[in-house]
Design a protein. Structure first.
Length: 304
């Protein structure tokens, strides 16, 4: 039971052996200036071999945690299922003189800020037993804890707190990691569980309706966005307000805004004898401007 992984830095090759692995965590940045020159190649290699991939940041905790988090986040085009990690330890010269109270505060701010920036990815923390027991005080690790306890059996880190990953040893210049989930697919499902749920599908059309008076100001229609409306096809139906025995004619100027700019559809011609005229909309359209100078116009936006 359980699956295995490794964590890589610039000390490893760009294409480590992934046999028997389900995940790989790669150092991306350190402080505010260092970038692992191999991180992108290591990520691409891991993903090409079907591994779940995560990127981690090693801090210089005398710096602003928000600035370091932003520096780290900016290096990666984060994708659904990517794992985001703070490597929280500080025995090196950049951190050893930083008060432990500052190191504790750094950890919480970095994790909370990063989670606010990447709410749909799992964000968590690596810590060894010393930092977990002697530096941490609030037990906050965001979405998951990656605990290091060298010399113990894989899956037996010796702590009571819930954990997701265990760094249990080193072999061949590679850190060895364990996850108690049943397989790579289950781990991938967990990483993707942080994505927002798709909108609930329905077979019933949804409508926005109204009318445009002749000679008035343009009628602006805001289209719902980011809801179930945005998941379906949309169409604008235009028709004459009055249906008469003697067919009447009119026109309406339609402008559509896609979130960046307006595009005009000049003078859509209408006639009471032919019913409605349809104008297709895209999923990215956010509002309509409708104006008529010749006759009252009814409109309906249908989503299905």
């Amino acid at each position: 039971m359980g699956i295995y992984g490794q964590d890589w830095a610039s000390y490893q090759s760009s294409t480590p052996n992934t046999s028997g692995l389900s995940f790989a965590f790669v150092k991306v940045t350190e402080g505010l200036s260092y970038i692992n020159p191999r991180w992108a190649a290591q990520r691409d290699h891991a993903k090409a071999d079907g591994l779940v991939w995560g990127g981690y940041h090693y801090p210089n905790m005398g710096n602003s945690p928000q600035a370091e988090a932003d520096y780290f986040i900016a290096q990666v085009d984060w994708q659904p299922g990517d794992v985001v990690i703070l490597d929280w330890e500080g025995y090196d010269p950049a951190n050893s003189g930083v008060p432990k109270s500052t190191q504790r505060a750094y950890k919480d701010v970095w994790l909370r800020h990063t989670k606010s920036r990447l709410p749909h990815n799992p964000v968590g923390m690596y810590a060894n037993l010393d930092y977990w027991r002697n530096v941490d005080q609030d037990g906050y690790y965001a979405d998951f804890l990656w605990i290091a306890t060298a010399g113990r059996a894989a899956g037996d880190p010796g702590i009571q707190a819930p954990w997701m990953f265990h760094q249990y040893g080193e072999s061949g210049d590679l850190d060895r990691d364990y996850c108690p989930l049943a397989g790579t697919a289950e781990l991938r499902d967990w990483t993707l569980s942080f994505q927002p749920s798709p909108p609930e599908e329905t077979d019933m059309p949804q409508w926005i309706t109204g009318h445009v008076d002749p000679g008035g100001q343009p009628t602006v229609v805001l289209l719902p966005h980011g809801t179930a409306w945005n998941a379906y096809n949309r169409r604008l139906h235009l028709g004459m307000d009055q249906i008469t025995d003697a067919p009447a004619t009119g026109s309406v100027r339609v402008a559509i805004h896609d979130g960046h700019m307006w595009r005009d559809i000049e003078d859509v011609q209408l006639a009471s004898a032919i019913g409605s005229v349809d104008v297709n909309l895209t999923r990215n359209d956010v509002k309509l401007s409708l104006r008529t100078d010749t006759a009252g116009v009814s409109f309906a936006v249908e989503t299905w």
